[in-house]
Design a protein around this ligand. Structure first.
Ligand SMILES: [Fe+2]
Length: 146
C-alpha cells in the first residue's frame, strides 16, 4: 500500500478480524476452530509487532534523530505488555480454558485499542511525513503473510 498509515492501519483491522474469529469459534464451543483461529491471530499480532520493532521504529528513530527514545520507546513498551498477555492467553488456549481466554481477550482489546489509537493518530502520520520516500523499501520487508 501507498503509505505506512494505510498499510499498518489496515493490518490493525486485519488483526481485529482474526480476534473476532477466535471469539466466534470459542463461543460456538468449537475447540479445534478456536485453536486454529488463535494460531492465525497470534501469528498476525507477532508479525505486526516484529515489523514495527525491526523495520518501522528503527527507520523512524533514524529519521527523527530520537534513537530509541520518545514515541517508539513507548510503543515498544506496550508491545512487551501485550506479548506478556498473549503468552498467558496461549496457555489458556492450550488448556482449552475458553472462558478465561475471553476474559483475557477483553483486557487485550483494551490495550490494543489504546495502543492502536496512538499509532494511528501520532506514530503512523509521523512515519508518513518523515519516511514517505523510504516507505516502499520498508514495506518490502513485510514478512510473508500466512
Ligand atoms: Fe504497535
Amino acid at each position: 500500500m501507498d503509505s505506512a498509515s494505510h498499510f499498518l492501519t489496515a493490518d490493525h483491522r486485519a488483526c481485529d478480524a482474526r480476534w473476532l474469529a477466535v471469539e466466534g469459534a470459542a463461543h460456538a464451543g468449537n475447540a479445534a476452530a478456536a485453536t486454529g483461529a488463535w494460531t492465525l491471530f497470534a501469528g498476525a499480532m507477532e508479525r505486526h509487532f516484529a515489523f514495527e520493532e525491526e523495520v518501522l521504529f528503527p527507520a523512524l528513530d533514524h529519521a527523527t534523530g530520537m534513537h530509541g527514545a520518545g514515541p517508539t520507546a513507548v510503543m515498544r513498551h506496550e508491545h512487551a505488555q501485550m506479548r506478556r498477555l498473549l503468552a498467558t492467553m496461549a496457555a489458556a488456549v492450550a488448556q482449552g480454558a475458553w472462558d478465561t481466554l475471553m476474559d483475557q481477550g477483553d483486557t487485550l482489546l483494551l490495550l490494543i485499542g489504546q495502543h492502536n489509537l496512538k499509532e494511528e493518530h501520532i506514530l503512523y502520520p509521523l512515519a508518513d511525513a518523515r519516511l514517505a520516500s523510504d516507505w516502499p523499501g520498508l514495506a518490502a520487508r513485510w514478512p510473508v503473510s500466512d
